[in-house]
Design a protein around this ligand. Sequence first.
Ligand SMILES: Cc1ncc(COP(=O)(O)O)c(C=O)c1O
Length: 400
Amino acid sequence: MTPTTTEVTQAIKLTERLNRIEPSATMAVVAEADKLRGQGIDVVDLGAGEPHFATPQHIKDAAIAAIQENFTKYTAVAGTAELRDAIVQRHAADFGSDYRREEVVASVGGKHALFNAIQVLVGHGDEVILPVPYWVSFKDIIRYAGGKPVLIETDESRNFALTAEMVAKAVTARTKMIILNSPSNPSGAVMQPEQVREIVRMAYERGIWVASDECYVYLNYTGKNFSVGSLGEFRERMVILGSLSKTYAMTGWRLGYALAPAAVASAITKLQSQSTSNATSFVQKAAAAALKGPQRCVEEMRQEYIKLRDHVVSGLRAIPGVRCTLPEGAFYAYPNVSAFFGGNVKSASDVAGKLLREAHVATVPGEGFGTADHIRLSYATSIAELDRGLERMRKSLASL
Ligand SMILES: Cc1ncc(COP(=O)(O)O)c(C=O)c1O
């Protein structure tokens, strides 16, 4: 039997802080699906959270040109001036924000930017408000910093909506930060801009930080992309975490950023100077090309995701026993599968396990996102692949 992290920690004296976190639930599914594929099994992969599109050509060309021009050495820890200016200008053009170069740090992916921001702002015993369902990494990154996640339950029948009133009820004297993630991974819920404004205002008045993970900000299907960056009057208590991964189909390139008051950006730079240093030099060139170049590719991908979303949600709703809210952003469906619980199948993990091992469809169980009744499907794939997955699911779930 594989030893648990605790057993390993005790045996070889790994640190106590490592023991506070779990490996990412989504990565675990990817690994198991890979194992099946390695055995020659044809797996329909609806588990991985990444675009199926290729990175646009002009972005690839910029990276190739940068390598040819030997742009392959260290850069400033926070990123080149060209990239930081491109980040602030793109953000200003799209959301009316008003950041300066000193207020942006480019990191090795949005997850790294988030990790850095939480490490510099959250200390031992600090409470961090985290709406449920949450992206898997939030909880562990908070815990690694010594913070305490304070979970707010949302209501599926109200599309997992988060309101200012719900957040206000969870605030205590120890609250240090509120995490927002709209559009949300895993539910695809998009917050109402008025609710976001109310939360940011309330946080500002109480000296609480808002960390807004806007990794899916351009994959918003309501027709109204919204960033907290447009609420400039509260900027002294806001950190925006952005990423090029999903927007430009660049998950493997690893480029994300934090927009924050200069003192926080400088603290993040200090931390990053003692870990990764700069994000990869030629990736920074490619990222600048992505942000400064034509944005048509982003809109084209968004339109495709809307079609895929509509297709997968109607397919899921047609499976007897499955309930599914309509996601308004990101590229995940989050169906409720609790109607299938009974006998040997007691949880979302059991449903996802059966779907993977028996139907060879990879999904992610909801427990990793804080809800026990759901599974997450990524619909960033072709219609044909979605249909294969839906058909296999329909047959497998009918046997329960
Ligand atoms: C909500 C959320 N934030 C951040 C990230 C991190 O993205 P990356 O590190 O690839 O920029 C992800 C990736 O799945 C995500 O879903």
